[in-house]
Design a protein around this ligand. Structure first.
Ligand SMILES: [Zn+2]
Length: 107
């Protein structure tokens, strides 16, 4: 498994856990922990204190990071999570491509 399998702003799909099958955008990476924060995935409810911004207080939903091994890069052509191959392009450097349909994730 290569380290740069998933990058910030990629669309990924959860392949394990309570959000299995849901997809979202990678908000940020925690490479040291092998975890990623994905928009809309692994939401936890968090009580908000009353403040000027939130005079009523309330409950906010906030993403928690999930293990990189629980997500796969989502291929829009295949419409599912896919494995990738790394290809070297003279102009663009390393390109990640879908192993199934060769869709390029790096433009
Ligand atoms: Zn594909």
């Amino acid at each position: 498994m290569s380290i740069a399998r998933i990058k910030k702003n990629d669309t990924v799909i959860a392949v394990a856990g309570v959000d299995c099958g849901k997809k979202g955008k990678v908000l940020y990476m925690q490479p040291a922990k092998q975890r990623v924060l994905v928009e809309g995935l692994n939401l936890r409810k968090k009580a908000l204190r009353k403040s000027e911004e939130n005079p009523q207080g309330g409950i906010a939903e906030k993403e928690n990071s999930i293990a990189i091994s629980n997500v796969m890069l989502f291929c829009p052509k295949c419409d599912k999570g896919v494995k990738i191959t790394n290809e070297h392009d003279e102009a663009k450097g390393a390109l990640r491509k879908c192993r199934v349909c060769s869709h390029s994730f790096d433009g």
